[in-house]
Design a protein around this ligand. Structure first.
Ligand code: GLA
Length: 388
């Protein structure tokens, strides 16, 4: 936990509102493998991490909501009867409130301060962390009685609605259901899940942030989702299937090829291949075959870059560089793409050299200083207390 941020959020709350808040930590996530398959009924393998968003919240017994987003130094207030879409961070918090109201839950006025340590656009899902922290707090304050899984689904709907990002369930699920020292193997079709201990003896997960976030990322995200839907509709007309999950291997895709644009075909191909890889990767991880797992990560990156086309020069460069270091077992872009981080599994003794050398090479090539993070897994969103 980042006690400094938690403390400053709490202090800012007391200064702004003159009464003590409840404090919450809402984590970001990593995803080991299974990218862009959550909205295609696939399996994903995320974990909540110790970077996220800290919320200070308390009821104010009025009909007004007051927000202070510390990272943006922005105040915003709204009447509970006038919730509608807005822009930037406001859309995420307002959309969460709207979803409670759509369920007929009685949300009253409250005060709220929040701040975090996930760089926006880094692919660690700051948006799910913003949604999840608020949803968790409101569920408690206003006794909405939703389970963690219901809250994750509510947050996913919230992201679809005002921000209009047609995301899958992975990020919100990891945010609510994460467990320290475990990754989740989540079946996005049934929402069934298993926890695997993250046994990476001798290895660590290193994220390298390109520090770029190409615009239109959310628009392109929705376009990928549409291509998959278009491809699936064609395939459903030709094969006895309900979803990509029912396709056994990539050869089955050929029946639909001539009815599809090249973009649609390539997206479908990627999805079917990635589903196969994720299944295999889960077995390798359970067998502690980290080397085998790493190879699949590289293959995922290639698919995301060449078939799904959600990479960019900066991410491709980092993955190519990673291949030069024997200490790096696997590397790929993580999250939605178009910038953000690569996720790398690196032997402990080679981490410092890898980070230093990559930083220099990346800076020389793009004139941007990347950031590296050693991430630890964490529990899902929860209330926290600060020791005085
Ligand atoms: C974003 C979305 C997720 C998922 C990933 C790609 O993080 O929010 O639902 O689709 O991209 O795997």
């Amino acid at each position: 936990m980042n006690t400094a941020i938690a403390r400053s959020v709490s202090e800012s709350f007391t200064q702004n509102f003159n009464h003590p808040p409840h404090l919450y930590f809402s984590p970001g996530r990593i995803n080991l493998i299974g990218e862009h398959v959550d909205y295609n009924d696939g399996y994903v393998m995320p974990a909540a991490i110790n970077k996220g968003v800290y919320y200070a919240v308390a009821e104010n017994h009025t009909d007004d909501i007051f927000f202070y987003a510390m990272d943006f130094n922005e105040h915003f207030s709204i009447n509970i009867h006038q919730i509608k879409s807005n822009q930037s961070w406001k859309n995420y918090v307002l959309s969460v409130i709207n979803e409670f109201q759509l369920l007929g839950k009685n949300i009253r006025g409250f005060n709220c301060v929040f701040a975090g340590d996930i760089p926006i656009g880094s692919g660690m899902s700051s948006s799910a962390a913003v949604e999840g922290g608020l949803a968790f707090a409101l569920n408690e304050f206003f006794k909405a009685g939703l389970s963690r899984v219901e809250l994750a689904l509510l947050c996913q709907r919230a992201e679809h609605n005002f921000p209009n990002v047609q995301c899958g369930i992975m990020d919100q699920f990891a945010n609510m259901m994460g467990k320290q020292d475990y990754v989740i193997l989540l079946d996005c079709r049934s929402i069934e899940h298993e926890y695997f201990p993250l046994l990476l003896a001798g290895f660590k997960i290193v994220l390298i942030n390109t520090k770029v976030h190409h615009s239109l990322a959310s628009g392109e995200y929705n376009v990928r989702r549409q291509r998959c839907e278009e491809g699936l509709t064609i395939l459903k007309g030709l094969l006895p299937i309900q979803s990509f999950r029912d396709i056994k291997n990539v050869d089955e895709l050929e029946v639909g090829r001539k009815s599809m644009t090249a973009e649609v075909y390539n997206c479908c191909r990627y999805v079917i291949e990635e589903m196969g890889r994720t299944k295999k990767a889960a077995e390798l991880l359970q067998a502690n075959d980290i080397a085998g797992f790493g190879k699949l990560m590289y293959a995922t990156h290639e698919g995301l870059s060449e078939l799904y086309r959600v990479s960019c020069d900066e991410l491709d460069f980092l993955v190519e560089q990673a291949k030069k270091y024997p200490a790096v077992i696997g590397s790929r872009l993580m999250g939605g793409g178009f910038g953000g981080c690569t996720i790398n599994i690196v032997k402990e003794e080679g981490i410092d050299h890898f980070i230093e050398a990559t930083t220099t090479e990346y800076q020389q090539r793009f004139n941007i200083i990347p950031e590296a993070y050693l991430v630890e897994t964490a529990d899902g969103t929860s209330e926290i207390t600060l020791t005085p």
